[in-house]
Write a protein that binds this ligand. Structure first.
Ligand code: GCU
Length: 401
C-alpha cells in the first residue's frame, strides 16, 4: 500500500496517509470539490489552508493516481553550445546544453531571443520534431533523439507552425527543446536507456514511479532552472505552453513549479485540461492503452470508472492558481473534448476567488470566457493543430497579464 506524509488540517503535523485503491473509492459523477480535502473531508476556507493543506494533498493525489513522482531537482550545469547568432531578422539564437547530472543526458535548449529587447518574457514549450525543425538555419543543433527522426525532423519542417520571427517581433523570447532529450516517447519502450531513467529512477521501475508526462514536466522545470539564472531573459515572466501531449505536460509543469508564471495548455485533452468525468473524447481506458507509459500504473485502473477518481483535471488547473491559465481549443478537436476543458476551467474558479482574485473568469457577450480574465478558455475554429494564430492568442493572453 502506498502511503504519503501529509499535513493534517487541524494539528499542522505531518501524518502518514494511505491511498485507497480504485475499488475502495466511491463513484461520484460530480467533480471533486476543490475546497474540501480528500482525506479528512475538511473545508478549505483560507488561502493559508489552500497553500498548506489542500494544494500539497492534491499534489500527492495527482502523483499517486495519475502521473507518478518525479525525483528532486538535481544540480544542473549549463554550457552554451551555440553562441548567439542572428538566425532570422530580429531573432538571435542561442543553443544551451543543460546537463542534468553526471553522465545523464542533456537537454539541448534552443533560445530565440528578440534582438535588442532587454529581459524579454519567455514562452517555454516542448517541440515535437527537434529544434532544427523549427527553422532552416544551420546554426540550430540537429537533435539525434530517435523519436524526432520519424517526425519530419528535417531542418525547417515545422517552420510554418512556429512563427519565431512574429513571436520575437512581439517582444517575446521562445525557449524550446525536444522531449526525447529527457525521455523518448516510445510506447513500446518500457524503460528507455536513452532518457533520464537509468540515472534518476528509484528501484521500482519507472512506471510505478513516474510516467513520461512527469518526466517531461520535470525537464521543463530544469529549463526553468536555467532561465531564472540567465539575465538575458526575465525569469519572473516565464509562460509554459504546449500542444496536445506537450500541453498536458505544460499544465502539469505549471501545477508543480510555482516559478512558472503562466500556463497555456493547448488542445491538451485527457490527462491535461479536460476533466475525465463525462469526457466524450478520449477515455482513460483509451489513453492508458495507447500511451501507458505517459502515466504511472495506477491511472489505468480507472479505465471505465473515471467517476472514482479522487481528483479530476480541474484540480490540476486549480494548483496553478492564482497564476494565469489559458486553456485553448479547436472546435473540431473532439478527441480533446473542448467542453470538458471549459468545465474544468469553470470548476477551478473558486480557488482563484479564495486566493483573492475577484473575477477570475471574464465573460464576453456570448457567455464564454474572454482573454481578459486570468483564468481563461478559448476556442478557435478548426481541429487538432498548433498554428501561428494559436501562438498569437498565447501572446495576446500573456500581454494582458
Ligand atoms: C494522441 C493522444 C492524445 C494526445 C495526442 C497528441 O492523440 O491520444 O491524448 O493529446 O496524441 O499528443 O498529439
Amino acid at each position: 500500500m502506498f502511503a504519503v506524509l501529509l499535513c493534517c488540517a487541524c494539528s499542522g503535523e505531518a501524518e502518514p496517509r494511505e491511498f485507497p485503491p480504485v475499488e475502495a473509492l466511491p463513484a461520484r459523477a460530480e467533480l471533486p470539490d476543490p475546497l474540501v480535502t480528500f482525506f479528512d473531508a475538511e473545508p478549505i476556507t483560507s488561502a493559508d489552508d489552500w497553500r498548506d493543506v489542500r494544494r500539497p494533498e492534491l499534489r500527492a493525489l495527482f502523483e499517486h493516481y495519475v502521473y507518478g513522482v518525479a525525483p528532486a531537482a538535481p544540480t544542473i550545469s549549463v554550457e552554451v553550445e551555440t553562441p548567439d547568432v542572428e538566425v532570422l531578422p530580429g531573432v538571435v539564437h542561442r543553443g544551451v546544453a543543460i546537463t542534468l547530472s553526471k553522465d545523464a543526458p542533456r537537454i539541448h535548449l534552443a533560445l530565440f531571443l528578440p534582438a535588442g529587447v532587454a529581459k524579454p518574457p519567455v514562452l517555454l514549450a516542448l517541440n515535437p520534431c527537434g529544434n532544427q525543425s523549427l527553422l532552416e538555419s544551420e546554426a540550430v543543433r540537429f537533435t539525434d533523439a530517435f523519436r524526432a527522426l520519424g517526425c519530419g525532423a528535417e531542418r525547417g519542417s515545422r517552420a510554418e507552425r512556429w512563427p519565431i520571427a512574429e513571436i520575437a517581433a512581439r517582444g517575446y523570447a521562445l525557449a524550446t527543446f525536444h522531449e526525447s532529450d529527457v525521455d523518448p516517447d516510445d510506447p513500446a519502450d518500457e524503460r528507455s536507456l536513452d532518457g533520464v531513467h537509468p540515472h534518476f529512477d528509484s528501484g521500482e521501475g519507472f512506471r510505478s514511479a513516474w510516467g513520461r508526462l512527469a518526466a517531461w514536466a520535470w525537464g521543463l522545470s530544469r529549463a526553468v532552472d536555467y532561465l531564472v539564472s540567465d539575465d538575458s531573459v526575465d525569469g519572473a515572466r516565464i509562460a509554459v505552453a504546449g500542444h496536445s501531449r506537450r500541453g498536458k505536460t505544460a499544465l502539469l509543469a505549471a501545477a508543480l513549479d510555482e516559478r512558472i508564471a503562466i500556463a497555456i495548455p493547448h488542445q491538451s485533452g485527457t490527462g491535461g485540461a479536460s476533466v475525465a468525468r463525462g469526457n466524450t473524447g478520449e477515455s482513460v481506458a483509451v489513453i492508458t492503452q495507447l500511451f501507458p507509459n505517459w502515466f504511472d500504473d495506477v491511472y489505468a485502473t480507472f479505465a471505465d470508472q473515471e467517476d472514482r477518481l479522487p481528483i479530476d483535471q480541474h484540480l490540476l488547473i486549480a494548483m496553478v492558481a492564482p497564476r494565469p491559465v489559458l486553456v485553448t481549443n479547436g472546435a473540431e478537436d473532439l478527441r480533446a473534448d473542448p467542453p470538458a476543458s471549459l468545465r474544468a476551467v469553470e470548476a477551478a474558479a473558486e480557488v482563484y476567488e479564495l486566493l483573492g482574485v475577484a473575477e477570475p473568469i471574464v465573460r464576453g457577450a456570448d457567455g464564454r470566457p474572454t482573454l481578459d480574465g486570468p483564468l481563461s478558455w478559448h476556442e478557435r475554429t478548426g481541429g487538432h493543430s498548433l498554428e501561428p494564430r494559436d501562438w498569437m492568442t498565447f501572446i495576446d493572453f500573456a500581454e494582458r497579464r
